[in-house]
Design a protein around this ligand. Sequence first.
Ligand code: ZN
Length: 327
Amino acid sequence: MAETDKKEYVVGVDLGGTKILAGVFDSQLRCLGRARLSTKAQRGPAEVIKRIARCVNDVVDECDLSPKQVRGVGVGAPGPVNPESGKVIFAPNLPEWTDVPLQKELSKHLDLPVSVENDCNVCTLGVYHAELKGKPRSMVGIFLGTGIGGGLILDGKLYSGFNRTAGEVGHMVLEVGGPKCGCGNRGCFEALAGRAAIFRRIQAAVKEGQKTMLTEMLGPDLEDLRSGDLRKALRRGDKFVEKIIEEMAEYTGIAVANIINLLNPEVVVLGGGIIQQLADDMMSIVVETAIDYSMNGTTKGIDIVASDLGDDAGITGAAVLARMQPK
Ligand SMILES: [Zn+2]
């Protein structure tokens, strides 16, 4: 076999409601290149799958590789997935995605083996294998973004549960009768500390006359508010934003305490866009609150840490997934 025909590369894909990210990874899980394409979710599953294939081909070409050098493709999809059939059971942010045979269809387009998993499970795999080198026996990943998701590694393996829905940490109820959540329930962790919920709360407070530097930065409607803006306002001494972030960190700490009481994992890793921007401001409060609210002795020796992977967690984990395919 010629040197260049060795199948040593994998492609990891992060399929989101608005964008598709793909990255080529070598055998050491180093990312050699990335590509991105808008999802165009409104065009329906068949078209989105074509776009995923295009994004994969683009990134392989961008890295001056041929598809022959690619061993397989892993995909993180935004909804529950049956990893055996490779079907996406449904995806709340992708219209018409019910029982979509993503693995089969994408594999046909690319002529490569494809594996599919839920995106939060994939991010958890990425953190576990790329950041923690697969060392701890158990780990829980919590990802704070627009919503809040999570994933579980138990006894060194991804645990997805009876109905493949394990790890939904965002829908733990932390406040009975609290604010309404996207899932239809009230007082979920996500409805208290997810980005969408926090932004709604800030916008509502501003409407009622709350003073904040955010309006000076972005105008009265706060239309283009991003996690990074919260960090900027905090650095400028905005007391209102400081209080919001403190609360968000406390709710996260309480969620971590519940998880530690239930599973006693060796490591809890926090990731996602919010943590990427605000880890320095949130982590000490998260850890303190987690210790405070968990049962005596349960947190001893447990690491509660922030992930450094940021936006790359999805493609990195998808690359890990691709590497797990039997050769
Ligand atoms: Zn919920």
